[in-house]
Design a binder for this molecule. Structure first.
Ligand code: IMP
Length: 199
């Protein structure tokens, strides 16, 4: 079954292709020739995800899901949260975002943080939300080369390596996005017309 993933981020598309199972053909925005830059300036990640998904559904009539993720740092009152991508400026520079995060946290003892992903699915005109959370801590300097975004400074609970020191397969077993997408996969596989995932 075709389903649109409202993203143009190849990295994410690969990650989600690994998670979602073989019964779905994931289409990116580029695949459906929708190259508008969908605004992401809503006050919460839930609203951002819903806005993107409805935008695509209204434009194309296709079943679609969109995700939005924020890194919530307790000592910063939940920031960067919905502002994670543009924390240090409009150009979404991960290095600058990490620099700003580490500068704000300084030597703060409470380094507790979580990645929270929300997926909004619009299926045959009805909306559904799925949440995934990865709890962890922010370390004081970068470790690892893999991953993206804040991965080099985030150690998930129960591990002593950062997300950037894990392989994609390892990260996909425990990440916020993996948890949210597993919920989406189970839901989609329960819909008779979606077929069943044999993996
Ligand atoms: P998005 O909603 O998935 O685009 O995520 C917003 C921002 O959160 C990204 O630009 C990254 O800075 C950060 N982010 C999201 N997911 C991850 C992740 O798995 N690791 C590290 N940073 C992430």
């Amino acid at each position: 079954m075709d389903i649109v993933f409202a993203t143009n981020n190849r990295h994410k598309l690969t990650e989600i292709n690994n998670l979602i199972g073989k019964s779905f053909c994931l289409l990116s925005l580029a695949d459906i020739n929708l190259d508008n830059d969908i605004p992401e300036n809503n006050p919460t990640i839930e609203e951002n995800a819903l806005f993107k998904a409805w935008y695509v559904y209204r434009a194309t009539g296709r079943n679609v899901f969109a995700d939005d993720t924020g890194l919530e740092v307790d000592a910063l009152g939940g920031e960067p949260g919905v502002h994670s991508a543009r924390f240090a400026g409009e150009n979404k520079n991960s290095d600058a975002n990490i620099d700003k995060l580490l500068a704000l946290l300084g030597d703060h003892k409470n380094r507790r943080a979580r990645f929270r992903t929300i997926i909004a699915l619009i299926f045959n005109g009805a909306e559904y939300l799925f949440e995934g959370i990865a709890e962890g801590t922010i370390i004081k300097s970068r470790r690892g080369r893999d991953g993206f975004g804040y991965d080099p400074v985030f150690i998930p609970d129960g591990y002593d390596v950062t997300f950037a020191e894990m392989t994609l397969q390892e990260k996909n077993k425990i990440s916020h996005r993996a948890i949210a997408f597993e919920k989406l996969r189970v839901f989609l596989n329960g819909i008779p017309e979606a077929g069943h995932d044999e993996t």
